[in-house]
Design a protein around this ligand. Structure first.
Ligand code: NAP
Length: 347
């Protein structure tokens, strides 16, 4: 089976990762790339400042960048769109595609917490995808919109899902986030070299709310948020890729560090073309200095989560976790949601 796909915002940091991940994909054929009006009409090679670590695939380099509108992609006859537009642009543009019947798997933060929009990580809450039926009823469109969470949220939530069996009550998290998370024009070198910035606009609230939706229960009509308290403190540091996070969790039960490590290691992955064989890799006490962004962000080709430093505390436990923010945290997350949409018959 072949599925024709397009990328909205294909020239940006996340868009380039989509192109890299779609090269040689077993099911998806890239048929359309879009970007801003300044890029439309150029070849992809001319429009994109290519910065990922593999060459632009030859066929993509010569594709013409289309304008970001249903008319712009009409001739490409796509079945599925991936969206990596700035959220202000996406909130204007995505509804136009949905009204035209397109299925959109989006990275952008708009609508992630909307009651009728599934926010999914296929290994964690694939059942939430059926919120699409509620969405179609309420909005009256034939298309479908699914979102993946923010990159810092997706780094932590798989570990929380794994240890929720011990009665997760509260989570405090402090992040050390890479500059690529801000997009190509996000943080200037003068701001970030020799520095750390203890604030990322909107990021803390995203972690606090999206985590509870992802870990929540879907009853067929609505998602009920998980009742754990989540408090986040987000910091930008001068790494290129890979978000590292320090998590402190409390439980109703009293798990040992070995219980928590075991639950993370045993947590099942999904059976989708791009899902890793083992979702969470856990370093033991003999390697307390891992995970590290430079050494561990490419675990499972950037699609896995890496944890370490698991220890109990007076109140619960603490550990560190890490993921590649533009692969597992963005384009890879959206690609997996696209694969789930196909498997569940929405494409
Ligand atoms: P980026 O590098 O700034 O790229 C933005 C893309 O959108 C470019 O292709 C740009 O095209 C296009 N664009 C900008 N304004 C447009 C307009 N008015 N109309 C049509 N296209 C427009 O941003 P990014 O880091 O890839 O992030 C994209 C989205 O993913 C954001 O919503 C971000 O919050 C989310 N996200 C990012 C990460 C991450 O780690 N970077 C992680 C999770 C989620 P031009 O090249 O023509 O300007």
């Amino acid at each position: 089976m072949s599925v024709r796909v397009g990328i909205l915002g294909a020239t940006g940091a996340v868009g380039q990762r989509f192109i890299q991940l779609l090269d040689d994909h077993p099911t998806f054929d890239l048929a359309a790339v879009t970007a801003s009006a300044e890029s439309a009409g150029k070849t992809y090679r001319e429009a994109a400042k290519w910065r990922v670590n593999t060459p632009i695939p030859d066929d993509v380099a010569e594709m013409e960048v289309a304008e970001t509108s249903p008319a712009g992609v009409a001739d490409a006859d796509v079945d599925l769109l991936f969206s990596s537009l700035p959220s202000g642009v996406a909130s204007e543009v995505e509804p136009a595609f949905l009204e035209e019947g397109y299925v959109v798997s989006s990275n952008s933060s708009n609508d992630r917490m909307a009651d009728d929009v599934p926010l999914t990580i296929p290994e964690i809450n694939p059942d939430h995808l059926d919120l699409i039926e509620v969405q179609r009823d309420e909005r009256g469109w034939d298309g479908a919109l699914v979102k993946n969470p923010n990159c810092s949220t997706i780094t932590m939530v798989p570990t929380l899902a794994a240890i929720d069996e011990f009665g997760l009550e509260s989570v405090h998290v402090s992040t050390l986030q890479a500059v690529s998370g801000a997009g190509y024009s996000g943080v200037t070198s003068m701001e970030i070299i020799d520095n750390a910035i203890p604030h990322i606009g909107g990021e803390e609230e995203k972690m606090e709310t999206e985590s509870r939706k992802l870990l929540g229960e879907f009853d067929g009509a609505a998602v009920h948020l998980h009742d754990a308290d989540v408090a986040a403190s987000c910091n930008r540091i001068p790494t290129l890729d890979g978000h590292l996070e320090n998590v402190f969790a409390e439980f109703t039960e009293d798990p040992s560090a070995a219980d928590l490590r075991g639950a993370m290691e045993a947590f099942e992955s999904a059976d989708l073309p791009s899902s890793p064989d083992q979702l969470i890799k856990v370093f033991g006490d003999d390697e307390p200095e891992r995970p590290q962004p430079r050494l561990d962000r490419t675990y499972a080709d950037g699609m896995g989560i890496v944890a370490g430093g698991v220890q109990t505390t007076d109140d619960g436990a603490k550990y560190n976790c890490l993921a590649h923010n533009t692969i597992r945290g963005a384009a890879g997350a959206s690609l997996l949601n696209g694969e789930l949409l196909v498997e569940e018959g929405y494409v």
